[in-house]
Design a protein around this ligand. Structure first.
Ligand code: SAM
Length: 245
């Protein structure tokens, strides 16, 4: 029976590959990969001989239907991204939606993910969190996007490329003011660093230092007072009508 399996891969430390990820990739008929050259190395390390086919933002319109056809005809397609969990700020969400729309079987393996790894190590509240992924690179749009999360009483998680962390924190300072924040850098790698402070302190630090390596930026959620003083944005009311009834 054909199916799609989303398979997480390490975010920096090869030992984070799971036994199950290896056996699923070995057993699949084909591995759809964001970058086949990159995934080839992973396959080599774990003795996976399954054929690779590329599936990324630029070919998903043509490759997606091909992969769905293979699943329909009974093949097992495993999908991986360059690092971490497919479909989380990576290709995979669309193929999953398309497969589900056709009632094809989709399953996902648990595994490496930068946001959750950073959250658990951050020391910030974990009872409620909001994964915001990448915000816009345009200043005005970025501020608007940050504004919409301002009333949210949950730890906010952002992905940001290292050379934009300083600008991101400046914008966050403008929008959120005094809140605790954490930069989780190079998680699972040799130079893993977790830096905690106020947004202001981290903005000053990142302005002075050249940040290298991949980063997750976490920001404490709104306190009761801030949340009560702000109009929740329309999407939040739609999502949580009971909270505002
Ligand atoms: N799908 C991946 C996941 O599950 O985490 C995320 C892919 S996204 C294209 C890449 C972003 O994830 C980076 O810009 C960075 O924000 C974050 N990231 C990936 N690896 C990381 C690491 N080892 N340490 C910190 N952040 C990381």
């Amino acid at each position: 029976r054909g199916m799609l399996t989303l398979v997480p891969t390490p975010i920096g430390n090869l030992e984070d590959m799971t036994y199950r990820a290896v056996s699923v990739l070995q057993a699949a008929d084909v591995i759809a990969a964001e970058d086949t050259r990159h995934t080839k190395k992973l396959c080599h390390a774990f003795e996976i001989q399954t054929p690779l086919i590329s599936y990324h933002e630029h070919n998903m319109h043509t490759r997606g239907p091909e992969l769905l056809e293979r699943i329909r005809s009974g093949e097992h397609v495993a999908l991986v991204s360059d690092a971490g969990t497919p479909a989380i700020s990576d290709p995979g969400a669309r193929l999953t939606q398309e497969a589900k729309a056709e009632q094809l079987t989709v399953t996902a393996l648990p595994g490496a993910n930068a946001a959750l790894t950073a959250l658990t190590a951050s020391g910030l509240p974990t009872e409620a969190f909001l994964f915001a992924g990448f915000v816009s690179r345009q200043k005005k749009k970025r501020i608007e996007e940050l504004e919409q999360w301002k009333p949210v009483q949950a730890t906010l998680l952002f992905y940001e490329s290292p050379h934009r962390v300083a600008a991101f924190l400046q914008a966050a300072l403008e929008v959120y003011g005094t809140r605790r924040a954490v930069i989780a850098r190079e998680m699972t790698k040799q130079y893993e660093t977790i830096i905690s402070g106020t947004i202001e302190e981290l903005a000053a630090w990142s302005g002075d230092t050249e940040i290298r390596g991949e980063c997750v930026v976490l920001i404490e959620g709104a306190d009761d007072e801030t949340a009560a003083s702000l109009e929740p944005s329309a999407w939040w009311e739609e999502l949580t009508p009971a909270a505002h009834a």
